[in-house]
Design a protein around this ligand. Sequence first.
Ligand code: PLP
Length: 393
Amino acid sequence: MNIKVNTNFDNISESYLFSEINKRVSKYKNEHPNANIVRLGIGDVTLPLSKVVVDALVKASMEMGVKETFRGYPPEYGYDFIKEAIVKYYDRAGIKLDLDSVFLSDGAKSDLGNIVDILGDNEIYIPNPVYPVYLDSNIMSGRHINYLYGSIDNNFLPMPKDEYKTGIYYLCSPNNPTGATYNYDELTKWVEFAKRTGSLIIYDSAYEAFIKNDNYPHSIYEIDGSKECAIEICSFSKQAGFTGLRCGWTIIPLELKSDNHYLNKMWKRRQATKFNGVSYPVQRAAEAALSEAGIKECDINIQYYMENARLLSELFDKKGIYYTGGKSSPYIWFKCPNNMKSWEFFDYLLDKANIVGTPGAGFGTNGENYFRITSFATHENTKEAIKRLEELL
Ligand code: PLP
């Protein structure tokens, strides 16, 4: 062929984190077939869907098999019933949203990656370390990237600085991988900064359901003025166990305007062109997850994971090891002992305690010397891991 390709792809680093982990674990298992390996690297939910959700899914699927209730293409932006359920969910926190500001998606990842479609060539500011999708999708579209460095000095919660320019700011709270969560005061400073500089915040709140403390906002729209400077992208994945079903939502307030363009209108156009909606049964399942009974049932799973996080945090508190997360997040992010590098500690932990975690360096340069473990394992495995860590650390 003799066509031109998007050579920005040359600038993306190989996504080798999880394949490298699997490679090292397989090698270890081959060499130590009797090792009882505990996996605390899991970034996926492990408990099944709640009954309320499954019932809705089954009922809607049955409707699809009956002439009178069959439905074809869904609306690109979501049926009104689910958009209304999302508006009501925000209303519980005192946030008033326009129905037209809600866009249903097949998960947060798609919209986090696709949002660049409606944005021009801006300065991009991305936390380091963080979930890699913001970085890779901006590199693919040839954007200039700046980093918001997280470290022990800011407890992995970077704040605005005077030298930062007008641009697009990605914030993730509670953060993956650090679990660090912005409080009201900190998020207010970001909103004030964005308004002062005419910047846009893209706020990833995929883990908001893990916040159980009144000091932390669940949504950026709890902060005054944020509808003039922020898009929020959210997910049913961790909140309701939809990683396999696929559903999320994005809020683009009607007020958001720049360069004489309304972002909501542009996203509508973008979605109508490139997205054909979420399947009807999944939308009904999502609606059920946001019902009073659904929220309660889904929360039982979240409490299960958070009990693991509490037990793990307790260990780090006892040992006096620096960590973030574990309180409003399923992730615990800690400093490797003896200044070990992330991958060095990965091998050490696997060898000495038969525990698998995730090296912090895989989430950005500032993740070096740090390590992520998660609370998605069973109580039994988490307790077993804690026993082993107690001896090792
Ligand atoms: N945002 C963050 C911070 C995540 O960690 C993840 C998944 O791990 C996602 C978004 C993706 O969510 P979804 O499953 O809705 O695509």
